[in-house]
Design a protein around this ligand. Structure first.
Ligand SMILES: [Zn+2]
Ligand SMILES: [Zn+2]
Ligand SMILES: [Zn+2]
Length: 269
C-alpha cells in the first residue's frame, strides 16, 4: 500500500497567507518540509481522504492524475477538508474525464453540501451518506467510519481503512476521541495510525489534539497492542499557532518512534 501525504497543515496552511508570526516568517525562509498545505492523504492513487482547496495545487506539485481516484472519504465539512466547488470541474467543458464514477462517502452535512453543487446528469460522482461504526465496502477498500470529537454542529468522522491486507486508522480532525471510538479500536491491528497534533504545546482543548494528547494516543495504541509490529504512527495536521517548525516537531515525536509527516511524503506499507 502506498500512503501519500498530499497536505499536512490545518486550516490556514503554513505559512498562513497573511501571517507575520515568527513561525510563518521562518517557514517562508526555510521552505521544504516547513511549507504545509491543507491536509489530504491519497492511498494507492485511487482512494483519497478529504478534498481540500489545495487539491489543484497537490495535483500540480505531485504530478497526480486526479481522475485515477475511485473513492473519496470525507471527514467533515470544514473548508480545509472540503472544497466541493472544485469537484464541479469534472464536467463536460471543463475536463475530458474517464467513464468511471467517483464515489464520495461522508456524513450528512458534507454530502448535502456537495449535492447542492453537483448534478447527476453533469458530474459522474455518486454520493453516499455513511454513519459512524457502520462498515462500508467502497470500490477500493473496506471502510468503517468512526466518531471524532471535533465540532458539535456535525458528527465528524475518522476512518478505519482496510485495503489489500493492510489497515490504516485516519484519526483526525479530533480532540480526545469519544469513548465509543476508543472501544471500537480495542482488538484491531493497525499497519498505520495517522494522528493530528494541531495545537502543539497549547493547553488541551475539545476539538484538536496537542502534543500531550497525541503522545498519549500513541502510547494507548502501543499499550493495547493495536499497532502491528513495525506499524507506523504518523503525525500530521499542524497549525502555525503551534509555533513548531518541522525539525522541532521531529525532536518531539521521533524519540517516541513516531513520524512527522510533510507535504509529499510517501510511506509504503
Ligand atoms: Zn482541519
Ligand atoms: Zn503564523
Ligand atoms: Zn476541522
Amino acid at each position: 500500500m502506498k500512503v501519500h501525504f498530499l497536505g499536512t497543515a490545518a486550516f490556514e496552511g503554513i505559512p498562513s497567507m497573511f501571517c507575520l508570526c515568527e513561525t510563518c516568517k521562518q517557514a517562508r525562509q526555510l521552505g521544504g518540509p516547513d511549507i504545509r498545505t491543507r491536509t489530504s492523504v491519497m492511498i494507492d492513487d485511487e482512494l483519497k481522504i478529504d478534498f481540500p482547496p489545495d487539491t489543484f495545487y497537490h495535483s500540480l506539485r505531485e504530478g497526480l492524475d486526479m481522475d485515477s481516484v475511485r473513492d473519496i472519504l470525507l471527514t467533515h465539512s470544514h473548508s480545509d477538508h472540503l472544497y466541493p466547488e472544485d469537484m464541479v470541474i469534472r464536467a463536460e467543458g471543463y475536463a475530458s474525464y474517464g467513464e468511471h464514477t467517483i464515489h464520495v462517502y461522508g456524513h450528512d452535512l458534507p454530502i448535502r453540501h456537495i449535492s447542492t453543487l453537483l448534478s447527476p446528469e453533469k458530474h459522474k460522482f455518486k454520493l453516499h451518506a455513511v454513519r459512524p461504526f457502520e462498515p462500508v465496502l467502497t470500490q477500493t477498500a473496506s471502510v468503517v467510519p468512526l466518531l471524532a470529537e471535533h465540532n458539535k454542529q456535525e458528527s465528524c468522522l475518522l476512518y478505519y481503512i482496510e485495503k489489500g491486507g493492510k489497515t490504516v486508522f485516519y484519526g483526525h480532525d479530533s480532540g480526545w476521541f469519544p469513548e465509543a471510538t476508543w472501544d471500537w479500536l480495542v482488538g484491531k491491528k493497525l499497519d498505520m495510525a495517522i494522528l493530528e497534533c494541531t495545537t502543539g504545546h497549547a493547553e488541551r482543548c475539545d476539538d484538536h489534539m496537542n502534543v500531550e494528547d497525541t503522545l498519549r494516543t500513541a502510547q494507548w495504541l502501543l499499550a493495547n497492542k493495536i499497532m502491528k509490529p513495525g506499524g507506523r504512527i504518523i503525525v500530521t495536521h499542524f497549525s502555525h499557532n503551534a509555533n513548531l517548525l518541522h525539525d522541532e516537531l521531529k525532536e518531539i515525536f521521533e524519540p517516541h518512534g513516531m513520524t512527522v509527516a510533510y507535504d509529499g511524503m510517501i510511506v509504503e506499507l
